[in-house]
Each structure stands twice: as C-alpha cells, then as structure tokens.
Design a protein around this ligand. Sequence first.
Ligand code: ADP
Length: 400
Amino acid sequence: MKVLVVNAGSSSLKYQLFDTKDNSVIAKGICERIGIGGEITHKMAGREDYHKVVDMADHTEATKILIETLTDPAVGCIANMDEIEAVGHRIVHGGAYFSQSVLVNDDVIAKLELCRDLAPLHTGAHLMGLRGCIAAMPKTPQVLVFDTAFHQTMPDYAYTYPIPYEMAQQYQIRRYGAHGTSHRYVAGEMIKVLGKAEGTKIITCHLGNGSSISAVKDGKVIDTSMGFTPLEGLEMGTRCGTIDPAVVPFVMEKKGFTPAQMSDFMNKECGLLGVSGLSPDCRDLGDAVAAGNERAALAVNILTYQIKKYIGSYTAAMNGLDALVFTAGIGENRDEIRAAACRDLEYLGIKLDEEKNAQTHRPIGNVLISAPDSKVPVYVIPTNEELVIASDTEAIVRAL
Ligand code: ADP
C-alpha cells in the first residue's frame, strides 16, 4: 500500500511516501515557509534533489503543491494521486482522548480541537495539515498517530501531579509524555530481540534535541520523563527540563517576564545552550569539552548524570531491568554520552563494551553495545517514527 506520512509544523509540512509492501521510502521532502512565501524540497533515491520556490498561502496549498510534485512526470514518482491509498499524520498531543492511532472522522477532529489548549502551536499546525490533505484528497482515508498514545498505559500515580485533584481534572493537567511513537518503535524492536513482551522490563532513552526516557514493562509504558508538556524531565538542547517550580515565579519577578516570555525562556534559552553559553548541539559541545571548555563539560555532565538517575529510578520502579535502549540523534551517535550515563552501573547489571560503544555511530540496524558479561543487554536502535505511522495507517485502512 502507498501511504503518505505527513508531519505538519506551524510553517512547514514534512512528508514521506512509503510503499508498505517492503517498507521502502519512495520519496520524501518538506514544504517550508508556508504562509510567508513557500518552497518545496523533494528527494528520491538515485535522483538529484528537486527544489522549487512557489507560493503556499496555507497548508491546503502546500498539500496541493506536494501532490503536484509527487505526480509531476519529470520529478515525481506516481502517476496520479489515487495511487496514494492512505495518509498518516503525526500528531504531537492527543491529550487523554487517544490511546492509539485512529481513522479521522468528525468526532476525532472535534476531540483533536480539544487538544489545542495542551499544545497550541503544534495542534493548530496539525489541524491545518489535516484539513489541507482532506481538501486535496477528499476520498483518501486519513489516520492520526499520536506522540502521546503509547504513554497512555501509565498508572494514575505516575501520571498524576500532586496538585488539587479537581483543578487537574478541570484543566487536564497531568503527565502525558511525548516521543511515544519513537519509544514504541524501539521498545518493539527490543521486544523482538528478547522474544517476548510479557514479563520484560525495558528502559528506552530517546536522546535528541528533545529528550525523554521511558520505563516499559510487559510492553507497556509505566512511566516517562516528559510530562504535561515536553519541557519536563531531562536537560535538553534548549529546554531546561525539570527544575524547582519555585524558580519560575522567581525568574519572572526578577526579569519582569510574562508567562509567555517565561515559557519561551524555558523552552529556547536553557538546557545545554543555557548552561554552556555555547550551543544546544552535542557535536559542538563535544568539541568544546575536548578543547577544555568547563561550561560545556558541565552542560554534558548534567545530562549524563540525569540519564543515569532515570535509569536507576525506572529500574527501581520496574523491580529490575532486562534491556536498555539508546536512540535518536544523541542516543545513536554520541558514544561518550552513552558511556558516561552507563558508567558505574555494574550493580544494576549494566556494563558496556567500551570499544563496541565507541564504534557505534549512525547504525543502520540494531547494535548490541554491552559487554558479553553484562547481565542487561544495552542496544543502540535507530528510531523510525515514520515507519510506525505508515504501518499503523496501513493496518487501520486495511481493516476498513
Ligand atoms: P531532534 O530532536 O530535533 O529530532 P536529533 O534526534 O537529530 O534532534 O538530535 C540532535 C542531537 O543529536 C544534537 O545534539 C546532535 O549533536 C546529535 N546528533 C545528531 N546527529 C548526529 C551525528 N551524526 N553525529 C553526532 N551527533 C549527532
């Protein structure tokens, strides 16, 4: 089945056209500067990238241009849009409404509207992308795949914040988590290696520009580090992660920040960037650490110390650990961060093969990086959220 996977941002629309027969990517690309101009970059294996500047007033127009490009005899890859049998949309926040992927209908769109409050920028963009696709492909089934869905199995004591219960209910304030599609993919790959889901205890570390760690017991999430928003948990590229909540009003008062300015500050000026004063990117920080930069070292040390603490606390929460997984930009590529996070964890049964770990960057498949005598296998598993979206979309549409 040919499935178009769409990831709509506020001014962009990323896409991948999958053939689910062999899970190959036929083409992929991005529409950018939607609403303020417009350009499309379209990539196909074995061909030169195609780039065109073309007006896109909104996501409906971007979708039309995307379809024109896919069906263009010179640069495209399909004869007409009827060849696209289904569209799968990545949705950042499904609130407590969605615990799995769903076929779009009016009720689903109404519930997605209710999620606007929880992730205003993302949800607005998703709705525009979705409406653009429905307008351009009215007969093609559309499926939503949520970043929050995999985390919906958390018990109430893991997702409830200790604030007045009625207030939490009224404003839907609770832990939702994020990166669920990635955690689900790598946990699923790990479960294939272990040979079963039942009785297994896995920690999945999605470490990228945004980072989160999940505890997956019996194939289901029982806890995750991101919370009401993706701001909670680990130190990230530019997000502060968990800090004492009292710092928030303190800084607002000192700096005269409005709530929106404070939110911007915590999302864009903190984390690795804020501590190092240098860069949110671990590649830059790695170079700076090698050159003796102490603040870069501090920024990285905070992150690796936090990863280690999550591994310890989630092992305690699950009463054991059967496998540890690293994924995403940092998890797949930064061996020094994996090494530091796993150092001195032998008492938990975690021991890396230093050499194997140091050699593992941009792996194509799943790579075992733990030592032969490590009780807990440690894997680097390249994530593939788009493939999960394509597979879910196919499964739902086939069952119609
Ligand atoms: P996002 O959360 O935006 O998808 P990524 O998963 O790409 O981000 O992660 C970005 C982080 O991963 C950066 O800190 C970057 O240094 C690191 N990273 C990504 N790719 C590589 C690479 N090929 N080599 C080394 N580090 C990388």
